[in-house]
Design a protein around this ligand. Structure first.
Ligand SMILES: *Cc1c(COP(=O)(O)O)cnc(C)c1O
Length: 369
């Protein structure tokens, strides 16, 4: 049996009628950028996350850049973030002239290590960008006191954690500001690129909206050098339809994760992901660790099982960031993980039969020979 890494078709089928109807009325009304549909999505997502303000934007990377700028990160300021994240967390900082400062992660969950954060703080540190990676919350109950003690701003990267919560509350509601991505493969995905910024602070919300609309709040009056980072109405329609199903889809992901855990229970050579106590994981990715990962990955590919690596190179070792002077060996946990992590098929409509096929192929591949 072939099992895709990600199958969005079943998800689309559930919402297709709603989306097509919405798109038809948008075409008729010729309302494309911003407008009532975007405003409605922003209200609904704010209520869902439990924040005062959501600003729909063009994508997750722009959302991060807008969030960093809105809290006052300046060129030369340092932002502490985990070494194993999608590059966008760092890229958004670099784009505004700030400096990403990478730190290692904890070996159990591959989430940013709070003790590493404290060790990385300098005179120039301005912010911490915890990433709620793979669908579970970074340890905010440890990070928030560090930020308070050193007067640092927290910007959450909530791109992989729509609907996740932890002991301190919900992803996206725990920093001064948060950014998320609605790239199609995220737990809440658009039909193209989209993202959002979340905050309780009305002043930050105003700045984000202003910056994202060419630095302007009154037409052709430009207060700042901004950018064009607005959300399209066609995407808001998709997001509204899928938001109504997000809890059910996240529950289906949790059931699939529980099934994987059962299938791999007691199997030598497969390290299944651990959930932090108090975390309600939304399983954006189901990441196991295996020895000889590249061989295992190739064998799964031959068996028709779609897999991925998130991410093959920790950000500090990418060619893009060679200029910052990091060396291999600085973040041993993130570096070792990059060689053993393997993301298995995970999506709401994954079936038990598909999971059995994944499990069979993976067990065969890790068995001693
Ligand atoms: C997807 C993602 C982003 C960037 O979002 P885009 O919409 O692709 O720009 C940022 N951070 C993390 C952790 C992500 O997974």
């Amino acid at each position: 049996m072939n099992v895709p890494f990600l199958d969005l078709a079943a998800q689309q089928a559930e919402v297709a009628d709603e989306i097509l109807q919405g798109w038809k009325s948008q075409l008729e009304a010729a309302a494309f950028v911003g407008g009532p549909e975007v405003a409605a999505f922003e209200r609904e997502y704010a209520a869902y996350i439990g924040v005062e303000h959501v600003i729909g934007v063009s994508n997750g990377t722009d959302a991060l850049e807008l969030a960093y700028r809105a809290v006052g990160v300046q060129p030369g300021d340092e932002i502490i973030m985990p070494a194993n994240t999608f590059i966008a967390t760092a890229e958004a900082a670099s784009r505004l002239g700030a400096v990403p400062v990478f730190v290692d992660v904890d070996d159990d969950h591959l989430l940013i290590d709070p003790s590493a954060i404290e060790a990385a703080i300098t005179e120039r540190t301005r912010a911490i960008a915890p990433v709620h990676l793979f669908g579970q919350m970074a340890p905010m109950e440890h990070i928030t006191p560090i930020a308070q003690k050193h007067d640092l701003v927290i910007i959450e990267d909530a791109a992989q954690s729509q609907g996740a919560s932890g002991p301190a509350g919900r992803a996206g509601a725990l920093g001064r500001v948060a950014a998320t991505s609605f790239y199609p493969g995220k737990n809440l995905g658009a039909a193209g690129d989209a993202g959002a910024v979340m905050t309780d602070d009305p002043a930050i919300a105003d700045i984000v909206r202003n910056l994202g609309g060419h630095g302007s709040s009154v037409k052709y009056v430009h207060d700042r050098i901004g950018m064009n980072a607005r959300l399209d109405a066609v995407q808001a329609t998709v997001l509204r339809a899928k938001l109504r199903r997000l809890d059910a889809w996240n529950a289906a992901r949790r059931a699939a994760a529980a099934r994987y855990a059962e299938l791999f229970d007691g199997v030598d050579g497969i390290r299944t992901p651990a959930v932090r106590p108090g975390n309600d994981d939304v399983w954006h990715l189901y990441v196991v660790r295996v020895e000889e990962r590249d061989r295992v990955m190739a064998e799964l590919g031959e068996a028709g099982i779609g897999v991925g690596i998130h991410y093959p190179t920790p950000v500090h070792l990418t060619a893009a960031y060679q200029g910052l002077g990091y060396r291999r060996g600085q973040f041993p946990v993130a570096e070792a993980a990059a060689d053993s992590i393997l993301s298995l098929p995970m999506f709401p409509h994954l079936t038990a039969d598909q999971q059995a096929a994944v499990s069979g192929a993976l067990r065969e591949s890790v068995e001693p020979r």
